[in-house]
Design a protein around this ligand. Sequence first.
Ligand code: DXP
Length: 272
Amino acid sequence: MSHPASPDDALVLYGEHFSSRLLLGTSRYPSPAILQAAVARARPAMLTASLRRQGAKPDSGRGFWQLLQQMGCRVLPNTAGCRSAQEAITTAQMAREVFATPWIKLEVIGDDYTLQPDTLQLVDAAHALVEDGFKVLPYCTEDLVVCQRLVDAGCQAVMPWAAPIGTGHGPVNPHGLRLLRERLAVPMLVDAGLGLPSHACQVMEWGFDGVLLNTAVALATDPAQMAGAFADAVQAGRAAFLAGAMQPQKSAQASTPVLGTPFWHQGSGAGA
Ligand SMILES: CC(=O)[C@@H](O)[C@H](O)COP(=O)(O)O
């Protein structure tokens, strides 16, 4: 991208600085080599991986773990597939051992059809894991009160969904997401349901701090190229947010200056 975000505009999570605002999932890629190529193009802040894929036994998933290490990217284990607070807590504790990190993407699924988070169990699990020293990034809905409860539980960032996991619909409740952004000051990453780079750009323009996505890259015809497109879109959206967008106007406003009036001022009578 020609105009990368300023190096001092880092994403800050739990006091740590990240030069990228894109987090990438590692599932559903056609091959490990294609995953590697996508990661090389996107250069994400973190790669999220499921303990269930890695496996709890010392030898299971060794190849995948080695691949993650080779890519030199911080790993964010997740509790994908957990359906209760206790299951998520146990999975997070195992992930801390396997991946040697206190970071956890906390997922507690409450509905098998929509993969909607169980927001009640999520808050309970977040509370217990923060108490246990984890740096918790909870996958949640755009519900303001749930996000506030997660912050009250000690989460220093939250990750509301754009749409159900794997759908690629993009933000289905723009009003709710934008309201959430206005009301909560903690870092917020939009996680799940993004299908196009323009979706990522859009939420970044709204002031979200980053995005986490998987399926849109993994299932693209050319995942590496799509990973690059998402990385560029995240930067573009962030730059636009920082630049401050104009307010939409109700009626046409002439934008082409006439000779002698190169700059707009009230009542200039500029041409179209
Ligand atoms: C990999 C992962 O953590 C997913 O559960 C995440 O929520 C991304 O969702 P999409 O696959 O819809 O981008």
